[in-house]
Design a protein around this ligand. Structure first.
Ligand SMILES: NC(=O)c1ccc[n+]([C@@H]2O[C@H](COP(=O)([O-])OP(=O)(O)OC[C@H]3O[C@@H](n4cnc5c(N)ncnc54)[C@H](OP(=O)(O)O)[C@@H]3O)[C@@H](O)[C@H]2O)c1
Length: 352
């Protein structure tokens, strides 16, 4: 990482695509990127929110340059064909993106045995496929299309602190965020020869709409274990992301605890303050297992106190889903045959 030197993440006059931009971090970053001189295309499913965000961004940035634009594309990125429609739209407008921010994602906390098959599918689809399909569909066009001379293209993926420490309650989410970390690491090596830089964000908690939603089902024991990570605001998170990307980081952290947890499992990972991380890694090698054992003990105590976890952390939405699973079982169907009807999903709506 760079301590001194120029901005390693210039966005002025660049075209940036941001997924997950109907709310939360995606929206906050879209706004800041536009303020800093980039043209931005916001992507998510909710057309009403996207249109209102675009409107707000334009109105709140009166000094934008005449060459800048901000648009939205409504698409369900878990459906590969909708990513192809985005690609076709870019081609039709002769748009050549310089930066892809893949931020779509969400968590539905809960205990493994209480999650429904739909919860599990959503975890895989929203957290992994949205990034995998989006990058894959755009990749050939992205690497081949012109960039500013001497300037690098950039893909930014969004993982989470929980990719470095897996604990109870995040089983629908954290394995997928580890998959995003692996995707970023693999793409970093493979796309470097094409002049594409790949960074991965590992944010700690920040107070987005999604964070409020996930707290509705978050078990008390999960909240207790993650207690060390207090939420920052979405704007603070977006500022930290841009700050560390400007410094040139491949792994971006938004709080100390995430950096410490990442340092505990350095391996082949890119380094941030590498010498210090080696020292922290040594400390981690000594103490991390004891912290893990302490948390295992806390989980056992919580389990004994409640007489089992059944019902803990659930809300009414879960009860409805659980009833559906029970209905299937009553009908003699196996849970494994439950499938999501893709025809009922939002269709791509490419609109300026
Ligand atoms: N908040 C936290 O504390 C926290 C911590 C660590 C990491 N993260 C990660 O940071 C990223 C942003 O988090 P956030 O809290 O800002 O999220 P959020 O408020 O839940 O927003 C999620 C965004 O993803 C979009 N999205 C979901 N499914 C989609 C799909 N199938 N196709 C296209 N877009 C889809 C949503 O829009 P539509 O519903 O309109 O499609 C929304 O814009 C996520 O990847 C999250 O996992 C968050």
């Amino acid at each position: 990482m760079a301590i001194f030197g120029n901005n390693k993440f210039p966005v002025k006059d660049k075209l940036v695509l941001v997924t997950g931009a109907s709310q939360g971090l995606g929206y906050a970053l879209s706004q800041k990127l536009y303020e800093q001189g980039a043209s931005v295309i916001l992507i998510a499913r909710n057309k009403t929110k996207l249109a209102s965000n675009v409107d707000h961004i334009i109105k709140s940035t009166p000094n934008a340059s005449s060459t800048q634009f901000v648009e939205y594309i409504s698409a369900d990125l878990t459906i590969y064909e909708e990513n192809i429609k985005i690609l076709n739209y870019l081609k039709s407008k002769n748009y050549h993106p310089d930066i892809l921010f893949c931020l779509a994602g969400s968590s539905h906390p809960g205990f493994f045995m209480e999650l429904t098959p739909d919860d599990l599918s959503q975890g895989i689809d929203i957290n992994y496929k949205t990034a995998l399909y989006f990058i894959h569909a755009l990749s050939k066009y992205f690497v081949q299309s012109k960039s500013q001379p001497g300037q690098q293209k950039h893909i930014v993926l969004c993982s989470s602190t929980v990719a470095f420490y897996h604990f109870t309650g995040y089983i629908q989410y954290s394995p997928m965020k580890t998959a995003i970390k692996a995707l970023g690491d693999s793409l970093r090596q493979e796309l470097k020869p094409y002049g594409v830089k790949v960074s991965t964000l590992f944010p700690g908690n920040f107070a987005s709409e999604g964070y409020t939603e996930e707290n509705l089902t978050k078990p008390a024991i999960t909240q207790s274990i993650e207690g060390a990570s207090q939420p920052i605001t979405v704007e603070q998170c977006a500022d930290k992301v841009l700050y560390w990307l400007n410094k040139g980081d491949h792994y971006v952290f938004t709080d100390l605890i995430s950096w410490v947890l990442a340092s505990f499992s350095l391996g082949f990972n890119p380094r941030n303050f590498g010498v210090l991380q080696v020292f922290v890694a040594f400390v981690g090698a000594v103490v991390a297992r004891f912290v893990g054992l302490l948390h295992e003990h806390d989980v056992q105590v919580a389990f004994d106190k409640l007489g089992g976890f059944a019902g803990e952390g659930k809300n009414k939405k879960d009860d409805v889903k659980q009833e559906k699973v029970e209905e299937l079982l009553d009908d003699g169907q196996t849970v494994g045959t439950t499938s999501i009807d893709s025809s009922s999903k939002a269709t791509t709506d490419v609109k300026k």
